[in-house]
Structure formats: C-alpha cells, structure tokens
Design a protein. Sequence first.
Length: 140
Amino acid sequence: MIPRMIFMDIDGTLVDSEMKISDFDKKSIHQVIDQGTLVYLATGRKYEAARVVAESLHPEVKVIASNGCVYDCDQNLIKKPLNLEALIEAFEICQRKNLSLFFFGLSETFYSKDLPDYFKNEDKGRLVSEGERDLSKFLV
C-alpha cells in the first residue's frame, strides 16, 4: 500500500471563528487515521497551542508548528530554530519600521509590542497566554 499523508492548517481551515472543530471533521480524521493515513496539523501557531488541537482530534495526529521550525517526526520532536543572527536582524528591522514581532518558543510567545488592533480576541488567545513575555520591557 502507498503511504498517505494529509496536512491541514488550523485557523480558518480546521477550526471555525469560534475555535470549534465540526463533528464531521473529527469523524473524517478518525476514519483516515484508521485507514493508515498520517495526519499532520501544519500551522504558524506555537507548538504547544497546536498540540492541544491535535490531541483533541486523535492521539496519532502530528504537528508541524511555528511555520515549520518545530515538528513531530516518528516519536521525536524536531526543533529547527532561527539562528541568533537572523533573530537579531528581524528584531532590528521591525524596530526600525515600528512593527510588532512575535517569537515562538515551544510553549511561550515573546512579542515586542502590544498586539496589533487587527487581531481579533480569538487571535490574541492563540498568540499569547497569561505570563508570557513582552520584549518591549527590555528595549532601551
């Protein structure tokens, strides 16, 4: 049998505007997994936020998070973070352009400014959690 994989986004694809997953989608995902298909959630979300969604679907759903920097492979969690020079350059460019910048750890979000006005409340909940760090406190 030819191996099969399905990749799906979370926000605006798998979950609706109320952050709910339909029963039809859950049932369909269970069916394809039972048939031997690997299912991945591929998202810009941080890993822990994506993992919560994956676990609500099926224990075998895998995650590709932070736009590909962190992902499940076999029984391992693979992490390919940006190097320090790239992080510093991105931060400096955003500072010069007065833009917000978000860095995701596995379970934490670091951000350089207040969340932009265009983020809806449900968007804010998937980016930041209580106790996360605001980089603007450290700016000179």
